[in-house]
Design a protein around this ligand. Structure first.
Ligand code: FAD
Length: 472
């Protein structure tokens, strides 16, 4: 990046709010995908106007701009593949208003999800999207990735809670989308276009979000089954009844093995699948729904259903789910974490297919996730020094995606495409659909300034080269 461009960036955001020192650039060179690309500069604008001026400069002088929230993305969305400017939202971090009457909040994009949860709780409200990263990921990043969480089965995902946005378009215009009114069908739904666009179509600088009253009471249940098929039948029985759990998580045989050490007394011998479920509402509704769920689990052959109402007992049942990630890392130090989704009745077919894949490619694969919405986290556990295993895993990932699509599913339920899955987009989407997306990108970002390579054009060959390189 030329000296004169660096100087202009300093003038726009202020010398103290940007840096090109190597130490600072390294901090912004990776996200949770764990790959490194050094940007040329990082800037921390505070207003939409500053963002707009940066993007106009980028178009005039032809350098890439990569928006970045907290850098917790799992698919490389905030990586500066071609260098250029990383534009963070860390100084746009104010909760501007919480309106307890209209159940809404205006926020800036750098506010952490967990900060909004705390502020909303003062009004007995909450923001339903609850990614596991909620304490350290931003609302701008959640919107850009359309993040989901354990409550999605009842409450939906981020997209369902974004009413309006202020967005700086790739060419620098500041645009307001959506409406504070619940019903609005004026023009194209630009809010939905931007949400989930992974920072490729605009930089979000303000969000109007919906909030929901905190339920009076919550019940948690942990059910153990001897096989995944009976757990899946229990899910079907629960969902086709009149109960909608607020959480319905599952763990397969390998996942159960991982957490057994943490939860000996809660998991009976012979358990090969777990369902962690929650219901919320008034105390009487919670009692009734919890009873219905318990009955459904036992009818489908549950070995045991543990139930909790008080916060500390509930937290203890959640230990199984929360201890999974650290437990998995004890088996092998590297994991490829795919977050595929299938229609929920296809989960047993998916698990059976994954077991076959694991045997064929001699891999350890641990599956868990959101049974209620069919979003399964498939974790391939690897030894980074075993190049042959890494290469077998890459083959297995492609076959996994083909399996998922053959079951009517999707490559990503919540983590996005970024660069991690860009080479596989054509497995799910037909060329004509990809072409429409490309045309939208070209129309809004004719110079391909904003977050290039994400979603579409990251070649499989470079991905494979890097994966191998990373483990050398
Ligand atoms: C331990 C862990 C658990 C996780 N659990 C979940 C989970 O349960 N559910 C889930 O969905 N995800 C999960 N994630 C993934 C990640 O936290 C989410 O994708 C999150 O939404 C990313 O937010 P961020 O602020 O870190 O964004 P970043 O990683 O900084 O950026 C993500 C993408 O958003 C773009 N972006 C960021 N801010 C803006 C903005 N203001 N305007 C336009 N584009 C922007 C970036 O360019 C990038 O493409 C998890 C990650 C980790 C590490």
């Amino acid at each position: 990046m030329e000296k004169s461009i660096r100087q202009k960036i300093r003038e726009i955001v202020g010398r103290e709010h940007c840096s090109d020192s190597r130490e600072d650039l390294i901090l912004y060179s990776y996200d949770a995908m764990n790959r490194r690309y050094l940007p040329d500069m990082v800037a921390h604008p505070q207003t939409a106007l500053e963002v707009s001026r940066l993007l106009k400069l980028a178009n005039e002088r032809s350098f890439p701009v990569v928006p970045r929230g907290a850098g917790t993305g799992l698919t490389g969305g905030s990586l500066a593949i071609d260098g250029g400017l990383v534009l963070t939202t860390r100084r746009m971090n104010r909760i501007l208003e919480i309106d307890p009457d209209s159940l809404t909040a205006w926020v800036e994009p750098g506010v952490l999800n967990g900060e909004l949860q705390k502020a909303a709780a003062k009004y007995s409200l909450f923001f339903p999207p609850d990614p596991a990263s909620m304490e350290f990921s931003t609302l701008g990043g959640n919107a850009a990735e359309n993040a989901g969480g354990t409550r999605a089965v009842k409450y939906g995902v981020t997209r369902d809670y974004v009413m309006a946005l202020e967005v700086v378009m790739p060419t620098g215009e500041i645009v307001h989308t959506g409406s504070a009114s619940i019903k609005s069908v004026t023009g194209y739904d630009l809010t939905r276009l931007i949400v989930g666009s992974e920072g490729t179509l605009g930089v979000i600088t303000r969000l109007l979000l919906k909030l929901v009253p905190v339920p009076e009471s919550v019940g948690t249940m942990l059910a153990s089954f001897s096989e995944i098929q009976s757990a899946a039948r229990a899910v079907a029985r629960i969902m086709s009844g009149r109960v909608t759990p607020s959480t319905l998580e599952f763990m397969d045989r390998n996942a159960v093995e991982c957490v057994k050490a943490y939860l000996e007394e809660d998991i009976p011998a012979g358990a090969a699948a777990l369902l962690l479920m929650e219901v919320d509402g008034s105390p009487s509704v919670v009692e009734e729904d919890a009873g219905t769920i318990e009955e459904a689990c036992y009818k489908e052959g549950a070995l045991q259903v543990k139930s909790a109402r008080e916060a500390d007992e509930r937290a203890s049942l959640w230990t199984a789910r929360r201890s999974l990630s650290p437990a998995i890392m004890k088996i092998k130090p590297l994991k490829i974490n795919e977050d595929v989704s299938v229609p929920r009745m296809k989960i047993p077919d998916l698990i059976t297919g994954i077991e076959k894949l694991a045997t064929r490619h001699r891999l350890t694969i641990v599956n868990f996730g959101h049974a209620g919405d069919g979003n399964v986290h498939v974790n391939l556990l690897l030894d980074p020094d075993d190049k042959d295993e890494v290469s077998r895993a890459q083959e297995a990932v492609r076959e996994l995606f083909e399996l998922v699509v053959s079951l009517g599913g999707s490559l990503s339920g919540e983590h996005g495409i970024g660069i991690a899955k860009a080479p596989y987009l054509g497995i799910e989407l037909e060329n004509s659909a990809i072409e429409v997306m490309r045309k939208i990108k070209q129309a809004l970002d004719p110079n391909n300034i904003l977050n290039p390579h994400k979603t579409f054009d990251y070649a499989a060959s470079s991905l494979e080269r890097e994966l191998v390189h990373r483990h050398e």
